[in-house]
Design a protein around this ligand. Structure first.
Ligand code: HEC
Ligand code: HEC
Ligand code: HEC
Ligand code: HEC
Ligand code: HEC
Length: 188
């Protein structure tokens, strides 16, 4: 009995900690530098969300090479400046102001990478995007997220089983013909 209470109490603590995290990291609350120390607290929801006051931009407007290249691509600072020389930011103008500093110094913004698999494995975005998979299937509902801090639960990229399960269409994870599970397509 006592043990059950203990377990119940612990899971409550975990739930509360989770809720606090969601509040801190989500909802457009571009807080400071974000928990991964991003150089600018870039809120995805304000750009890609479709609620009032959000810009409803297509993911591939910024991740411009997802359809034709291995990497999805991160927009250059000039792309940010195109809009932000006239949009100062209503809640966090100090974060927007940093864009101009990078433009003036002629430096790229040193974004901290969040999604990464080991160098011995190979992931081509274009094959997946052209097969009709949505970004959200692997990265979660990015258009509702504030500053990105850690991989979404939808992502299993540090684990080969995640890739293989979808390639084999285990439990209908993919609506496609089987994709290759030949070691050499992912490791070379
Ligand atoms: C206005 C440009 C812009 C739009 C639109 C945009 N992104 Fe991003 N995205 C960025 C920038 C800048 C970063 C790097 C900073 C960061 O990690 O938040 C990024 C980072 C990411 C990352 C993490 C990359 C890493 O570090 O591993 C993912 C995943 C991502 N975006 C997915 C999406 C998806 C899905 C959409 C559409 C729902 C989208 N993005 C729309 C600019 C954009
Ligand atoms: C197509 C136009 C467009 C582009 C391109 C764009 N943004 Fe934005 N951005 C917006 C709009 C619109 C908002 C919402 C403004 C607001 O709420 O005050 C916004 C909000 C922001 C905010 C939050 C401002 C606040 O006050 O909360 C930051 C930070 C930001 N953008 C950074 C960037 C960075 C960095 C890039 C380049 C990777 C970028 N933006 C590219 C249109 C754009
Ligand atoms: C089938 C799963 C899957 C889909 C679909 C997917 N991604 Fe990814 N994404 C990954 C994996 C795995 C990585 C890490 C790749 C690596 O480390 O080489 C990644 C990395 C990224 C990165 C960081 C590195 C880079 O490529 O620039 C961005 C940004 C990104 N994805 C955006 C997107 C966007 C935008 C879409 C939709 C157009 C998308 N992804 C669709 C699995 C996926
Ligand atoms: C949600 C489903 C899904 C996930 C998760 C997924 N893939 Fe795929 N992948 C596919 C589909 C579907 C194709 C086939 C595309 C085609 O036929 O062109 C594919 C194709 C590929 C190819 C090209 C295969 C060839 O025959 O040339 C490689 C390489 C690959 N995936 C690597 C990965 C890696 C590495 C991961 C994990 C980090 C991963 N994939 C995760 C669905 C997925
Ligand atoms: C669909 C893509 C894919 C295929 C097919 C694939 N792998 Fe992997 N493999 C991965 C990814 C992704 C990882 C994990 C990378 C990481 O740690 O970030 C991995 C990890 C590994 C590791 C390192 C140990 C581990 O589990 O992290 C070994 C060894 C390995 N693979 C061997 C193989 C062999 C042998 C085959 C063929 C029977 C194979 N792989 C087929 C994607 C694939």
């Amino acid at each position: 009995m006592k043990r059950n209470w203990l377990i119940g109490g612990l899971s409550m603590v975990v739930v509360l900690a989770g809720a606090a995290f969601v509040q801190g990291g989500g909802g457009g609350g571009a807080e400071g530098d974000g928990e991964v120390g991003q150089p600018i607290a870039f809120p995805h929801d304000k750009h890609a969300g479709s609620e009032a006051g959000q810009a409803n931009m297509d993911c591939q407007f910024c991740h411009y090479s997802a359809e034709r290249s291995v990497d999805a691509g991160i927009p250059p600072v000039s792309a940010c400046w195109g809009c932000h020389q006239v949009i100062p930011g209503s809640e966090h103008p100090e974060e927007v102001a940093k864009i101009q500093e990078y433009v003036e110094r002629g430096e790229p913004i040193p974004w901290v990478r969040i999604y990464k698999i080991s160098d011995h494995a190979h992931f081509p975005h274009m094959r997946h995007v052209n097969a009709g998979l949505e970004c959200q299937q692997c990265h979660g509902e990015v258009q509702t997220m504030g500053v990105l801090t850690e991989p979404d639960d939808a992502w299993g990229g540090a684990n080969m089983g995640w890739c293989i399960d979808c390639h084999r269409d285990v439990e209908g994870t993919s609506a496609f013909e089987q994709a290759s599970t030949d070691c050499a397509v992912c490791h070379y």
